[in-house]
Design a protein around this ligand. Structure first.
Ligand code: FNR
Length: 179
C-alpha cells in the first residue's frame, strides 16, 4: 500500500481540513497508508539551518520516506495559508537538498465557501512545480465544507460525494504507482 505523507495546512484544533483529511483516510481504506506531517514549525529563517529545528529535519525525512504527498489546504485571502507555504519552503531547502524533488503530489482543500479553496490550490500548483514535485493534474477537488458533509463518525455522508472522492483516491493511487 503506498505510503502517503499528508500535509494539512491548518494548526487549528477544529480545522475543517483536518476533518476532511481524516474522512479521506477512512474512505481510502487499504488503498493508501496516511501519515500526518507535523507542520507546526517556526517561520522559515535561513539562519536556523546553522542548527536546524528537529521538527524541520523530521518533516524532510517524512516527505522523503513517503511514496507521495497529499496536501489538504485551506485558503487565506485568496491565497495559500502561511502554514502550508512555510512547510513547503522548509522542505525545499537547504539549497541542493530539496525533499520535494520528483515526489508525486496531489492537492485538495476545504473551505466553507463555494469556491472551496480553488484559488489557493491554483497558486499552490505553481509553487509545487518550482519545487520539482510531480503534481497530479486531475481530478481537481475543491471541497465546500458544509455541516452535513460528514456524519458524526467522520465519514462522508453522501454517496455521490463518496463516489466522486473515490475517483480522486484511485487517480492518486495510479499517480503514485505509475512507472
Ligand atoms: C479565511 N477563510 C477563507 N475562505 C475562503 O474560502 N477563501 C479565502 O480567501 C479565505 N480567507 C481567509 C483568511 C483568513 C486569514 C482566515 C483565518 C480565514 C475562511 C477559511 O476557509 C476558514 O476559516 C476555514 O475554516 C479554514 O480552514 P481550517 O483551519 O478550518 O482547516
Amino acid at each position: 500500500m503506498p505510503k502517503i505523507a499528508v500535509l494539512i495546512g491548518s494548526l487549528r484544533r477544529d480545522s475543517i481540513n483536518k476533518k476532511y483529511a481524516h474522512a479521506l483516510e477512512k474512505l481510502a481504506g487499504d488503498r493508501l497508508d496516511f501519515h500526518y506531517l507535523d507542520v507546526d514549525l517556526p517561520l522559515y529563517n535561513e539562519d536556523l539551518w546553522e542548527n536546524p529545528p528537529e521538527k524541520v529535519v523530521q518533516l524532510k525525512a517524512d516527505i522523503e520516506a513517503a511514496d507521495g504527498v497529499l496536501i489538504v489546504t485551506p485558503e487565506y485571502n485568496r491565497s495559500v495559508p502561511p502554514c502550508t507555504k512555510n512547510a513547503i519552503d522548509w522542505a525545499s531547502r537547504p539549497y541542493g537538498h530539496n525533499s520535494w524533488k520528483g515526489k508525486p503530489v496531489a492537492i485538495t482543500g476545504a473551505s466553507p465557501g463555494r469556491q472551496g479553496t480553488a484559488v489557493s490550490q491554483s497558486q499552490l500548483r505553481s509553487t509545487l512545480v518550482i519545487c520539482e514535485t510531480v503534481v497530479m493534474g486531475g481530478p481537481e477537488v475543491y471541497m465546500t465544507f458544509t455541516p452535513d458533509l460528514l456524519t458524526d463518525d467522520g465519514t462522508f455522508a453522501s454517496e455521490g460525494t463518496q463516489k466522486f472522492l473515490n475517483g480522486f483516491i484511485d487517480a492518486f493511487v495510479r499517480w503514485v504507482e505509475r512507472p
